[in-house]
Write a protein that binds this ligand. Structure first.
Ligand SMILES: NC(=O)c1ccc[n+]([C@@H]2O[C@H](COP(=O)([O-])OP(=O)(O)OC[C@H]3O[C@@H](n4cnc5c(N)ncnc54)[C@H](OP(=O)(O)O)[C@@H]3O)[C@@H](O)[C@H]2O)c1
Length: 295
């Protein structure tokens, strides 16, 4: 039987790694790609000792050259057949109140999570069309709701959602299924990484200085909107989608994520806005340095 090749981006950590390992364990031929060479070596070693059909390849989704190499490598590894499933998982987040985030930071997030996803999908389109394949984009419930301090990430994931909706219609006409997976909180390195860059963004005169201080002192509690699940349920869902002839357009998981989205949708803004301000300890009075009489 011909192997069914799946390419996963950002397979060096978290959800991408779980997807690559789970799909390989379930009999798919996996091309696990990512930036971190050490993590790729470890993944290749684990695949060897587990007897999986898994190959690793360096791929920064923001590099057109590396994307072109990945297309050629996938073609060759699959004996000319090409990949059948593309999991667009690579993504970054940068926490910070929007007034303090630089344009570079915002751009960097779009560069990886949106432009990278778009570039990789375009590059693999011919292979996916010839296999009547499936594209699985990892979005986030943050693309459907807005939360202070994660506004940039939310904007990126809202764009991923919108792009995926259009891709589904357009590529569907070519026989390619396009599916959006929108997880809630998942236990990965993501949160720590998103927080790590945050203080660098903090100008000393930030009107949100007290909010940052409160968040840091309280272990960034409001960031974790719900109990985080392990990446395995996401990997299992990705397998189900890869196997499905008619997958749904989008999947939200776990159940708590549905509940949160419903709460956000049903609560009027007049109640939700002050609640969000309170939860993130936003200023109740304009900081002295910003008062009009001081300008
Ligand atoms: N964790 C959550 O709560 C959660 C919830 C909803 C959605 N998501 C989404 O799930 C996806 C995976 O995140 P995660 O939680 O698994 O976080 P993670 O553990 O930080 O993994 C992110 C992955 O993306 C890779 N990546 C970053 N920039 C890249 C680039 N330029 N090119 C290729 N790969 C790149 C990282 O590789 P390096 O190690 O080389 O940086 C890493 O493998 C992201 O799209 C994220 O937005 C996460």
């Amino acid at each position: 039987m011909r192997s069914r090749w799946v390419l996963v981006t950002g397979a060096t950590s978290g959800i991408g790694k779980a997807c690559a390992e789970h799909l390989a364990a379930r009999g798919f031929a996996v091309l696990a790609t990512g930036r971190n060479p050490q993590a790729l070596r470890e993944l290749a070693e684990r695949a060897r000792s587990s007897g999986w059909h898994l190959e690793t390849l360096g791929l920064d989704v923001t590099s057109p050259e590396q994307i072109a190499k990945a297309v050629a490598a996938a073609q060759e590894l699959s004996g000319g057949a090409g990949i059948e499933v593309l999991v667009n998982n690579a993504g970054i987040g940068q926490a910070g109140f929007l007034a303090d985030l630089s344009a570079e930071s915002l751009r960097a997030q779009f560069e990886v999570s949106l432009f990278g996803l778009h570039a990789v999908t375009r590059a693999f389109l011919a292979q996916l069309v010839s296999r009547r394949g499936t594209v699985i984009n990892i979005g986030s419930i943050m693309g459907r709701m807005t939360v202070p301090w994660m506004g940039a990430y939310g904007a990126v994931k809202a764009a991923v959602r919108s792009l995926t909706e259009t891709l589904r219609v357009e590529l569907g006409s070519l026989g390619v299924r396009v599916v959006l997976v929108e997880p809630g909180a998942v236990e990965t390195a993501f949160h720590k990484r998103a927080i790590a860059g945050s203080p660098q963004e903090l100008p000393p005169e930030s009107p949100f200085a007290r909010s940052y201080a409160w968040l840091a002192a309280n272990d960034y509690r409001p960031f974790y909107l719900m109990p985080a699940v392990s990446p395995l349920p996401i990997a299992r869902l990705v397998e189900r989608i890869a196997e499905a002839r008619r997958p749904r357009a989008r999947y939200v998981l776990p159940f708590a994520a549905h509940a949160l989205l419903l709460l956000m949708r049903l609560t009027p803004r007049s109640l939700m806005d002050p609640l969000k301000r309170r939860v993130f300890h936003l200023p109740r009075v304009i900081p002295r340095a910003l008062r009009p009489d001081r300008q």
